[in-house]
Design a binder for this molecule. Structure first.
Ligand SMILES: [Zn+2]
Length: 235
C-alpha cells in the first residue's frame, strides 16, 4: 500500500516535472509559430526577405506662415510727427530695381540721371549683392529722403493721370534685384512683409491697395518672379 502509494507518487511527481520542463519549450514553439504568422519570411530565389510592417507616415503639418512682428520697428520708419498726416497714404506700390545689384544710393544716382530730384521711392530693400561699390546686407531696409520729409514720390505715374495720384498718395517700395530673372531673397520678403504690415497698420491701408507697379501702368515691374499672391499671404 505504502509502496504503491510512493510509486504512484513518484510517477505523478516525475510526470509533473516532465510537464514543467516541457511547458516552456511548448510555449516557445507556439510563440515562434505565432511570430512567424505575424511576419512570415518571403522566399525570393535563394534569398529570404522579412516583410516589414508598412511604415506609417505621419500627416504633414500644415505650413504655418509666420506673420511679421511689428513690435520692434526701426525708429527711422516713423516720420517726424510734425510732417506726418495719417490720412494721406492710401496704398503701397511695390517695385524691383530691374538690376542684379544696387542700394538706395545707386537708385538715387540713377534717378538723378533721369532728371528727377533724387530717389523716387520711399523705401529700398537690399538683396545683399555687393558690386561696384554698391550693395547693402540682405533684407536691410533703407529709408529714402522722401519718406523722412514726407515728400511726394517719383515712382509711379499712371498714363494720362494728371493728378499724379500714385506718387502723391501711395508709398513706393523698391526691392533690389531683377525679378524677371531671379527671385527676391527670403530676407527681402520678410523685411517687405514687416514694412508693409507696419505701414498698413499705421495708415489703415487695406491689403487690396497693395499693388505691383504693373497693375497701375504697362510695365514688367516688379517682375514675374515676384508673386503678389504669395506675398499677401505673409501679411
Ligand atoms: Zn516699378
Amino acid at each position: 500500500m505504502l509502496l504503491t502509494f510512493s510509486k504512484g507518487f513518484r510517477v505523478s511527481v516525475s510526470k509533473r516535472i516532465l510537464a514543467l520542463c516541457l511547458l516552456p519549450l511548448l510555449s516557445f514553439v507556439i510563440s515562434g509559430c505565432l511570430s512567424e504568422e505575424q511576419s512570415p519570411p518571403e522566399i525570393i530565389g535563394s534569398t529570404v526577405r522579412t516583410v516589414i510592417d508598412p511604415v506609417i507616415v505621419p500627416k504633414a503639418k500644415p505650413v504655418v506662415i509666420k506673420k511679421p512682428d511689428i513690435t520692434d520697428i526701426p525708429a527711422d520708419w516713423i516720420p517726424p510727427s510734425y510732417l506726418e498726416d495719417k490720412n494721406r497714404w492710401k496704398g503701397i506700390v511695390i517695385h524691383h530695381s530691374a538690376s542684379a545689384y544696387g542700394d538706395a544710393t545707386h537708385e538715387h544716382k540713377y534717378h538723378l540721371s533721369r532728371g528727377w530730384d533724387g530717389l523716387g521711392y520711399q523705401f529700398v530693400i537690399n538683396n545683399g549683392v555687393i558690386k561696384n561699390g554698391y550693395g547693402k546686407p540682405d533684407g536691410l531696409v533703407e529709408v529714402g529722403y522722401r519718406w523722412r520729409q514726407q515728400k511726394t514720390g517719383s515712382h509711379c505715374r499712371a498714363n494720362g493721370d494728371s493728378s499724379n495720384y500714385w506718387n502723391k498718395y501711395t508709398i513706393g517700395i523698391c526691392l533690389i534685384g531683377d525679378f524677371e530673372k531671379t527671385y527676391p531673397t527670403q530676407a527681402q520678403m520678410r523685411s517687405l512683409a514687416k514694412l508693409v504690415r507696419f505701414l498698413q497698420q499705421r495708415y489703415n491701408i487695406p491689403t487690396s491697395q497693395i499693388r505691383g507697379h504693373e497693375s497701375v501702368k504697362p510695365t514688367k515691374c516688379p517682375g514675374r518672379k515676384f508673386s503678389m499672391t504669395k506675398f499677401k499671404q505673409m501679411l
